[in-house]
Design a protein around this ligand. Sequence first.
Ligand SMILES: Nc1ncnc2c1ncn2[C@@H]1O[C@H](COP(=O)(O)OP(=O)(O)O)[C@@H](O)[C@H]1O
Ligand SMILES: [Mg+2]
Length: 285
Amino acid sequence: MAMEAMRAVQILNPSGEVTMPRPTRQRVMCVANQKGGVGKTTTTVNLAVALALHGNRVLVVDLDPQGNASTGLNVPHHAGVPDVYDCLIDQVPMEEVAQAVEGIPNLYCVPATIDLAGAEIELVSVVARESRLGRAIQGFPMEFDYVFIDCPPSLGLLTVNALCAAQEVLIPIQCEYYALEGLNQLLNNINLVKAHLNPNLDVSTILLTMYDRRTRLADAVEQDVRNHFGEKVLTSVIPRNVRVSEAPSYGQSVMTYDPGSRGATSYFEAAQEIAERGAKIGVAA
Ligand SMILES: Nc1ncnc2c1ncn2[C@@H]1O[C@H](COP(=O)(O)OP(=O)(O)O)[C@@H](O)[C@H]1O
Ligand SMILES: [Mg+2]
């Protein structure tokens, strides 16, 4: 119990001091995997909250018409609320759409409403259809250390916009099913975007999610992924933890919902690894 309480204080960081190093330049990270239910949104929300609680300025862009990241951060996103659709289609400045996340200083969210469902088709016929999101983020006058883009479970124009707006791709991989299957399609798309639209794009980070240590399969998947992607794979692995799945129904991340839980601890450690890598970007080894 005492250990758990100590961990909780460490995670909530009530003094607000910078305990995760800030990156040497802004990092725009696209959280993508065309498979649904692998932990994209959960990862986006929890990493964003963890980094913001530890002195980083963070923006979450909800790019999934289901609006789960908006729900998880308790940001209003019912029909009629200005959202990322307005930025993409009507080129409304992002600062008019972004909302401060209640209770988490330094964290902002650009919500997604049901309007976004139409964007995939409407984008086809607009000018500079692949670069709308990148321009909107670049035009945001506030400075952020991290921008996380939570992608929909598809490889359409919304995901292409996210890949064009980012320098880095973070791929959450679920440890349960045969994980590498289907990933080739995502990697091919990333290479196409890199070749034609965004030469700076890099798959920088792989995070293993929903790890169930009771199954031998999870271990096999982990070995496979580590052999394939090497040091891109974070050392921290996110366990399957019921507190993680309960948190969104309270409009919270697991970091605030149950900071002493294993889910919170592992997302905290993953965020710390990401921050430590970010502090080294552009600095000679
Ligand atoms: N580590 C975890 N432990 C338990 N449940 C999880 C965990 N990560 C995600 N979930 C649950 O799994 C479901 C899918 O996760 P989600 O992040 O929404 O995936 P995606 O955004 O890739 O579709 C959600 O109900 C979520 O609460
Ligand atoms: Mg999602």
